[in-house]
Design a protein around this ligand. Structure first.
Ligand SMILES: Cc1cc2nc3c(=O)[nH]c(=O)nc-3n(C[C@H](O)[C@H](O)[C@H](O)COP(=O)(O)OP(=O)(O)OC[C@H]3O[C@@H](n4cnc5c(N)ncnc54)[C@H](O)[C@@H]3O)c2cc1C
Length: 379
């Protein structure tokens, strides 16, 4: 069985590293980078230049999976062809698509042109170097940072940036940098319950972060954003750097006449994570629209992407042996949001569907433990 795995993020890498050499299988992993990125830690790289990538080659030893560094241009699931940006065309018997998501700028005027995203290590580098530059003694212009979107990424980023800004302010004796967190919705971190959200908000306040919930970002220029309150009042905030974490959409590289796409362009999949109408194509992670037992979309998280990869590896082995596939049953083990340094808030799942809320240092340990578990699973 000739299998292509596209993308070595959480879903694609979990698939590849859960495979073992098998004479019935030829598997090629195609990834544009020669490393895997711990995307869930990109905010740390943006604030502190923390290393959040790991080389791919050692991770694939003992898996029987070959790999090729190449960028996918498009995928045609009707003709079973994957076209690479270098012009080559690859074919497959079985395909695993795990190319992740891109930022959704919602066509807000000037935003795509003037805002940096936080999707890869280059984005993190840009933010890190900006903060350094903004604290140089000869820096001219606005220094403040506006982060759009108060979901997990936005909140994790502003708290780490605030810690770094605090250190630089003290070390260089310069006035503090203002950090604005702009959110159109009524609250930060909508995935958390009220008590945890209140704790997170208190931490943002302690850092001096200006949280503007109920403020829609209307327009961005090279050095400002315009926001609008629910009452229709507009305000211009000058900014040296604008960062947008307010939305994602599935990477739009797969074409097929019978493909069904849902919210955010995610490709609808069946209980085995196969694109509906294409039983030889598995679509995982941020690109796939898997449903949970209640029929709700499975969240776009690293946790679920990794689970999907492991289930798919098992199903690829079953396919090669001519056995029946095992369905994917999503399970959310917990959710933790880092709030800078050793602070975090979140919850973990207990038996009988109970949730245990955890805050502070212990929540930070839980978050680190889940990252460590991921690292162990791919090593
Ligand atoms: C700052 C931040 C913090 C986050 N924190 C958390 C968290 O705490 N917990 C959590 O569960 N989730 C978190 N997430 C979400 C999580 O990172 C994503 O849901 C997860 O990465 C999705 O996995 P994936 O495998 O679908 O895609 P990705 O991990 O994004 O992998 C996609 C891969 O495809 C490759 N690729 C893309 N295009 C091409 C191409 N054309 N050709 C070849 N290769 C290509 C990319 O290089 C990448 O390696 C966070 C995200 C961000 C940005």
């Amino acid at each position: 069985m000739n299998t292509l795995i596209l993308g070595a993020g959480y879903a694609g890498l979990a698939t590849a590293t859960s495979l073992k050499p098998d004479p019935r299988m030829t598997t090629l992993l195609v990834e544009q980078n020669n490393y895997h990125t711990f995307e869930t830690r990109l905010h740390e790289a943006a604030a502190h230049n923390t290393r959040v990538t790991v080389p791919l080659v050692p991770l694939l030893r003992g898996t029987g999976v070959h790999w090729e560094q190449a960028a996918v241009k498009d995928v045609n699931v009707d003709t079973r062809e994957v076209t690479l940006k270098d012009g080559r065309v690859l074919t497959y018997d079985t395909l695993v698509v795990a190319l992740g998501s891109t930022t959704n700028f919602y066509r807000i005027p000037g935003l795509a042109e003037n805002a940096v995203e936080l999707k890869d290590i280059q984005d993190a580098d840009e933010i890190f170097h900006y903060v350094n530059r903004a604290y140089a003694s000869d820096y001219q212009g606005h220094r403040d940072i506006v982060v759009g979107g108060a979901g997990l990424t936005g909140v994790e980023l502003v708290t780490e940036l605030a810690r770094r800004a605090e250190k630089l302010t003290k070390a260089r004796g310069l006035p503090p940098m203002n950090i604005y967190l702009v959110e159109a919705g009524p609250k930060i971190l909508p995935v958390l319950d009220d008590a945890l959200r209140a704790k997170a908000q208190r931490t943002l306040d302690e850092y001096g972060i200006h949280t503007l919930t109920g403020h829609r970002l209307m327009k961005a220029t090279a050095d400002s954003v315009t926001v609008q309150t629910q009452g229709g009042q507009q305000k211009v905030i000058p900014a040296g750097k604008i960062i947008w974490t307010g939305g994602i959409q599935a990477r739009d590289l797969v074409k097929g006449d019978r493909l069904e796409k849902g919210p955010g362009g995610r490709i609808a999949v069946d209980e085995f994570l196969r694109a509906r109408g294409y039983p030889e194509v598995f679509v995982l992670g941020d690109m796939g629209l898997a449903l949970n037992e209640e029929g709700h979309p499975v969240p776009t998280t690293a946790q679920h992407a990794g689970q999907q990869g492991r289930v798919t590896a098992g199903n690829l082995r079953r396919l090669a042996r001519g056995e029946a596939l095992t369905p994917y049953v999503p399970s959310t083990l917990g959710e933790f949001v880092s709030l800078g340094g050793l602070m975090a808030v979140g919850w973990m799942k207990l038996p009988w569907n109970q949730k245990l809320a955890i805050t502070g240092g212990m929540a930070h340990v839980m978050k680190r433990a889940s990252e460590w578990k991921w690292r162990q699973s791919i090593d």
